[in-house]
Design a protein around this ligand. Structure first.
Ligand SMILES: Cc1ncc(COP(=O)(O)O)c(C=O)c1O
Length: 492
């Protein structure tokens, strides 16, 4: 039976983001760029002329947050992971929008909004022209969905064995196409991230095999998530006719810090939003915002909001770079210190900027469960545990009458994938038939066991896939597209 629809007007903030799929995994729509396929959230693209003058002036350049790599164009940032110097790509400058542009964007449907936004960051000739639908899911499954069956691209997905839910895992391991390689690593997300970083740091290797990442290490995912914030703002602002424009508080479930980085960029572009980074018990970002203490705890804690079980949120590097006035020297020094000691006391000025830019809060598993229960009781709306982290913040503000600012919680996943959390909250899981069907399907994955040389296993598989790919390319890739195939490495 379908769950009853939420009762309107019951003290709950707007739950966005946009239709259809959303969240980090919903890096949604298929974009084809020169024969490559990439997923981003949004909808279909058609040939278009950008109406925002700024976009047409000069193609945006992307620089590394650590200043030690040459600048690249959008294509260079897209088909990469970490920059060769270990930093992350960011646009050289952040476009700023005037009131008239905000007014116009407020009237756009979500797909149009994404197009307008992307055109500020992508050279016009690279703006995608094909129309294909993506699917929702978390990073790994949506990345797989975007390239499964493609003849000129292989995808390597690493998932933390036993640390995502069974449904999430099945969404990846039941895809048995030849170009999809799923690895179940006996480690956590941070350890997987380190492995991916190591592969990208080997510039010869990553160039030889044209590696790109599809998680929030990749600029393009951040870029598309910026649209979430504009869309949320336009839906929640009481009026756009006042000067200054009203502030809306946007509450972002935060793990690796991708979506909150997107919010910081939207804010810098001129969107009047107050951002709240909400985390689970892995609270390094919360401690950084509150006390300037960017130090990883000894262990990653397993929580109900497992996609946010991260102690080394890589996108904080982008935020620090942005807030330091694009100071790549400072960013490099800070991040190298963090890498070496897993501990960093933010310089006072930077901490002040961070706490002016972000509010933060953390939620325990009990808080998550209570927020899921309350949202169900009051609205008949089943939240995923990540979204419930944001709802917990909302309820705590509501109960203490702390603020009258309009508030919007970004919803990050479907509750259907988190049955354990739903049951823990004493609620009844709602399972769509396509999810139920997964449990009867054949699965395939390669285990990366503790003590094994994971990098070696991965390198060998990538090299072997490339050989197979070259064999296929000879017969199937049109001449104009030869030489543009590659490999995607992503984290589940
Ligand atoms: C369901 C879900 N919620 C939240 C997050 C947080 O991601 P980030 O902080 O990078 O935006 C993720 C990351 O993959 C996720 O899968």
């Amino acid at each position: 039976m379908d769950p009853p629809r939420p009762a309107p007007g019951r003290h709950f903030p707007a739950l966005l983001p946009p239709p259809p799929p959303h969240g980090p995994g919903a890096v949604a729509e298929l974009i084809r760029v020169k024969g490559w396929v990439f997923t981003t959230s949004g909808s279909f693209f058609s040939p278009f002329v950008c109406s925002c003058g700024a976009a047409l002036k000069a193609p945006m350049e992307y620089v590394s947050t650590r200043g030690g790599s040459r600048a690249v164009d959008f294509e260079g940032a897209l088909f990469s992971g970490y920059a060769p110097d270990g930093g992350l790509f960011m646009p050289r400058s952040i476009p700023s929008l005037d009131g008239a542009t905000l007014q116009r964007w407020s009237r756009l449907a979500y797909p149009e909004l994404v197009k307008e936004l992307c055109s500020l960051f992508i050279a016009p000739e690279l703006v995608p022209r094909s129309a294909l639908n993506g699917t929702s899911g978390d990073t790994g499954s949506s990345a797989i969905e975007s390239v499964r069956g493609q003849q000129n691209m292989d995808i390597f997905v690493l998932l933390p064995e036993g640390l995502c839910t069974q449904i999430q895992e099945l969404q990846m391991t039941t895809v048995i196409e030849d170009n999809v390689h799923v690895f179940a690593a006996h480690g956590n997300s941070d350890q997987i991230d380190e492995l991916i970083k190591e592969l990208f740091a080997d510039v010869d290797f990553s160039r030889k095999y044209n590696l790109m990442s599809l998680n929030s290490v990749n600029w393009s995912r951040i870029m598309v998530q910026i649209a979430h914030h504009f869309y949320a703002y336009f839906r929640c602002a009481p009026s756009l006719d006042t000067t200054p424009l009203p502030v809306v508080e946007i509450v972002v479930p935060t793990g690796g810090g991708g979506n909150i980085t997107a919010g910081c960029i939207a804010q810098k572009m001129g969107l009047p939003i107050q951002l709240v980074a909400v985390v689970n018990s892995n609270d390094i970002i919360h401690r950084a915002v509150q006390h300037g203490d960017f130090s990883a705890s000894e262990h990653v804690k397993a929580t109900l909001a497992s996609a946010m079980d991260i102690q080394e949120p890589c996108n904080v590097e982008r935020i620090l770079w942005l807030l330091s006035g694009c100071d790549s020297h400072l960013t490099k020094v800070l991040m190298e210190q963090f890498t070496a000691s897993k501990s960093l006391k933010l310089p006072e000025a930077l901490h002040r900027k961070l706490s002016e830019t972000l509010r933060s809060s953390s939620a325990s598993d009990e808080d998550i469960v209570r927020a899921m229960q309350r949202c169900w009781e009051e609205n008949r709306c089943l939240l995923c545990p990540h979204t419930a982290v944001a709802a917990h913040y909302h309820y705590s503000q509501l109960d203490s009458c702390a603020s009258s600012t309009p508030r919007c919680c970004l919803a990050s996943a479907s509750a259907a994938k988190f049955q354990d959390a739903v049951l823990r909250a004493g609620l009844v899981p709602q399972l769509p038939p396509e999810i139920t069907a997964l449990t009867a399907m054949e699965t395939r994955s390669t285990a990366l066991r503790r003590g094994e040389d994971w990098a070696r296993v991965l390198r060998d598989r990538i090299a072997a896939a490339m050989q197979g790919w070259e064999a296929r390319r000879g017969v199937s890739v049109p001449p104009g597209l030869q030489g543009v195939g590659g490999q995607v490495v992503t984290q589940g």
